[in-house]
Design a protein around this ligand. Structure first.
Ligand SMILES: Cc1ncc(COP(=O)(O)O)c(C=O)c1O
Length: 375
């Protein structure tokens, strides 16, 4: 018999559909760039291996990379130094370490819904209680500020924010950023801000919770921003008084982040923002195409995403999103059911546009045929 802990969490609803797909299915399902990392990054990784960077490294990550990350984060908060930075073995691991470090049994954590697949299980695995707050479809998936205020109890300890958002593609407005900061400060809540899509913004501006780092842990990753999800390197920034506790937890999860890719990323760090700036116009065109094609399907309605690389249409057909996603994968298109991102996201599908324009057009033609054809 396995533990009650593992039984208390569900497998990812995104993976389920992916694993049902045939080899030639059009993949609009996963949050993975269809670009390779820049050549100089790949060369730097080979060089790191050849230079015998194959040993364990420091638990908080190598100093040169911590320095470089601090330099990037200083555009939001000029007091940040390398001491505030931990290099993680991915955003996924950084998130786990953060929840395990901050929460006690019975604590309540406000998590966005629709929201990324980690926040709810990571709360449960920390014996905390996830309490969903809504991103409102009718408000372009901005957070329900009044609903958040009403959900706060004496046990509330954390507020998870993810902007740009997976799965909705929304970008937090300045007004709502300030409202969330006020709520967290008034009620002494930790803000856990997942900013892995910070460089993928088409409209609006990124408002980083690094601006208020004294009360926040900000999670980030190179998976999207350097197209290296397989390297498993991310980072977090946090106030100095909890950084050693986060590192202690990280030690027990992974001992240290992988060494060779840290040296590689440190070497080519200067090229990261240019890399994302270079691919952004392609993503911008794709998001317009996919939104137009989704809105052209009977019963579908889709906001133009402002950031990340997901479109999250609602539909008014009488079929659960899991069944619709299964039907679509049987017809050759992988997408994710809304319910993978929370029960209240029923009636939605998530399409990733980290795929070529040709795949998007072919895939959406199939979706239209399936949806508008005989049920
Ligand atoms: C919102 C969000 N946070 C975190 C992650 C985790 O990224 P990684 O573990 O590859 O760094 C993802 C990946 O899809 C994501 O979409």
């Amino acid at each position: 018999m396995v533990s009650k802990r593992v039984q208390s969490i569900k497998p990812s609803g995104v993976r389920e559909i992916f694993e049902m797909a045939s080899r030639d299915a059009i993949n609009l399902g996963l949050g993975e760039l269809d670009f390779e990392p820049p050549r100089e990054a790949r060369e730097a990784l080979k060089e790191a291996l050849d230079q015998d960077r194959n040993k364990y490294g420091p638990t908080k990550g190598i100093d040169p990379l911590r320095e470089l990350v601090a330099g990037k984060v200083r555009k939001y908060c000029e007091d940040v130094t390398a001491e505030n930075v931990i290099i993680t073995a991915s955003g996924t691991q950084g998130t786990m370490a953060t929840f395990q470090t901050l929460f006690d049994p019975g604590d309540e954590v406000l998590v966005p819904e629709p929201g990324f697949v980690l926040y709810e299980p990571d709360s449960v695995l920390a014996d905390a209680k996830p309490v969903a707050y809504h991103l409102l479809d009718e408000k372009g998936f901005q957070p329900d500020i009044e609903g958040i205020k009403e959900s706060i109890t004496p046990r509330t300890r954390g507020l998870v924010v993810n902007s740009p958002s997976n799965p909705t593609g929304s970008v937090l407005t300045r007004e709502n950023f300030k409202a969330l900061v006020d709520i967290a400060q008034d009620h002494d809540l930790w803000i856990i801000s997942d900013e892995v899509y910070e460089d993928f913004i088409y409209e609006g501006k990124h408002h980083s919770f690094n601006e208020v780092l004294e009360g926040a842990v900000v999670l980030n990753s190179f998976s999207k921003s350097f197209a290296v999800p397989g390297w498993r390197i991310g980072y977090l920034t946090a106030p100095l008084d909890i950084i050693n506790d986060l590192a202690k937890m990280q030690y027990h999860l992974v001992a240290c982040p992988p060494t060779p890719p840290q040296f590689a990323i440190a070497k080519v760090f200067h090229a990261q923002e240019e890399f994302t700036r270079g691919i952004l116009p392609t993503f911008d065109r794709r998001r317009v195409t996919i939104t137009r094609m989704l809105n052209d399907i009977k019963g579908f309605h889709c906001h133009l995403p402002e950031g990340a690389f997901y479109a999250f249409p609602s539909y008014d057909l009488d079929i659960p999103s899991r069944d619709l996603a299964r039907k679509l994968v049987a017809a050759g298109v992988i997408c994710a059911p809304g319910t993978a991102f929370g029960d209240s996201a029923e009636g939605h599908l998530r399409f990733s546009y980290a795929a070529s324009e040709a795949s998007i057009i072919k895939g959406l033609d199939i979706v239209k045929k399936v949806v508008e054809g005989p049920q």
